[in-house]
Design a protein around this ligand. Structure first.
Ligand code: ADP
Ligand code: ADP
Length: 231
């Protein structure tokens, strides 16, 4: 995924606020790229532009070279499937089991029941929850619920996985389990993972590269190995 000169302005004239100012970065397949910044930096706005819920004021979001920011409504819906999102709140349906939650996007797509069953079993296995398929969200830990959310995001076989504060609010142990799962997905599925967070310590655990966002600007970016070598 490439972000090119991405700019978002809210309001007009005197009241215009530049929330994102010409952001540029690229996340390669098989890479976890973190964007870290304090409250108000523009992280949620960036997340919404990346998962195509908000249109940038100018600039582009490209996946495999295809500009997704200029698409019409109908094409946009299909393009959204290329980007799986996980949020801080797991967003699971409380009256559906883990398996039923993961099956939901497949049902929307009209995948046959037999095929959906096969895919759900494979996805739950991938996130290490095969033995929790029949559990309801309240019967799962926070980390397990987040892993169900990841399985659901993967159901549509996205090329990009967007993590929007997905480990915020988790205890260190659950965070570590999500971190190792994301690294596995990066390596096994060759996903481009964009990891947005306010937690620098999690960035150091999970990311290959990081950009620091402040007041809508990237103020610093680099490979994690270089940051750790040269504090
Ligand atoms: P973060 O997620 O890093 O806390 P946000 O993207 O939520 O940052 O917000 C960045 C800035 O953009 C804030 O100053 C916020 O007030 C402003 N902002 C966010 N959404 C809107 C909106 N819909 N209209 C006007 N300003 C907004
Ligand atoms: P193959 O080409 O043999 O399917 P892959 O490594 O592409 O091998 O996929 C291995 C398994 O992972 C397949 O069952 C596929 O359905 C699944 N898979 C591949 N890419 C994704 C993805 N982006 N999201 C979810 N599942 C995926």
């Amino acid at each position: 995924i490439s972000i090119e000169q991405l700019t978002k302005v809210y309001g007009h004239g005197d009241k215009a606020t530049v929330v994102l100012d010409r952001l540029d970065f690229r996340v390669d397949a098989g890479e976890i790229f973190a964007v870290v910044g304090p409250s108000g930096a523009g992280k949620s706005t960036l997340a919404q532009c990346v998962n195509l819920l908000e249109r940038p004021t100018s600039g582009s979001v490209l996946v495999n070279g295809e500009n997704l920011s200029q698409l019409g409504e109908r094409q946009l819906r299909a393009a959204r499937r290329r980007i799986g999102t996980i949020f801080q709140s797991d967003g699971l349906y409380s009256r559906r089991t883990a398996a039923q939650n993961v099956a939901l996007p497949l049902e929307y797509l009209g995948v046959t029941t037999a095929e959906a069953k096969r895919r759900v079993a494979e996805l739950l296995d991938r996130v290490g929850l095969s033995d929790r398929a029949g559990h309801y969200p309240h019967q799962l830990s926070g980390g397990q619920r987040q892993r169900v959310g990841i399985a659901r995001a993967l159901a549509l076989r996205p090329q990009v996985l967007l993590s929007d504060e997905a480990t915020s609010g988790l205890d260190p142990e659950s965070t570590a389990s999500i971190v190792s799962l994301l690294k596995e997905l990066r390596d096994d599925l060759d996903l481009s993972i964009l990891f947005i967070t306010h937690e620098m310590d999690t960035v150091l655990q999970v990311a290959d590269a990081v950009a620091r966002l402040d007041h809508g600007h990237i103020v610093e970016s680099g490979r994690i190995v270089d940051l750790l070598r040269d504090p």
